[in-house]
Design a protein. Structure first.
Length: 173
């Protein structure tokens, strides 16, 4: 069965403990995630960025840092290992989009910043990604967006804590 296939009508009769609406919501979220990822990829290509979405996220985090970030902080923000981030940074540095500056107090650590070429690329990328977000929510009222955001935050909290020993908490509580 493909990602876009609807849940079989006999699923609830075969697995009575499964809630049909919950299953359909999860299926649709997975399909939506794939659609959003593909739209995001097309957006980056249209903005003349041929790198990966992970490379985009490095650039985005540096753009909004308004200067430089310690490499360890960038690793934490992106939730990637220092080794994976180092490889990403090596490629971005080779492309002339970022620069590293050694920490004068501890040369084992470095600060990461956009180069002028990286800043110029971000000047085109950030508005394009903002326009994509607007297009994907076209036709939604402010109230619908607020409700959608609240529901997604609650869903994410559940997803983050399922099969863990972490107790669930209501967002904002």
């Amino acid at each position: 069965m493909s990602n876009d296939a609807r849940m079989p009508d006999d699923y609830p009769s075969r697995y009575p403990a499964a809630d049909a609406e919950s299953l359909e919501i999860n299926r649709l979220l997975r399909a939506t995630n794939a659609s959003v990822a593909e739209a995001f990829r097309r957006c980056l290509v249209a903005a003349d960025f041929w790198g990966t979405t992970t490379r985009y996220h490095v650039l985005r985090n540096l753009e909004f840092a308004d200067g430089e970030l310690p490499q360890s902080e960038l690793s934490r923000i992106m939730d990637v290992t220092s080794g994976n981030l180092s490889r990403l940074l090596d490629g971005l540095e080779a492309d002339g989009l970022i620069a590293r500056r050694a920490n004068p107090q501890d040369r084992r650590f470095s600060f990461i910043m956009l180069t002028p070429a990286g800043q110029e690329l971000c000047a085109g990328l950030m508005p394009a990604v903002g326009a994509l977000a607007n297009q994907m929510l076209e036709g939604f009222s402010s109230e619908e967006k607020a409700t959608f955001l609240n529901l997604l935050a609650r869903f994410k909290l559940n997803a983050d804590t399922v099969y863990t020993k972490t107790p669930q908490q209501t967002p904002g509580a």
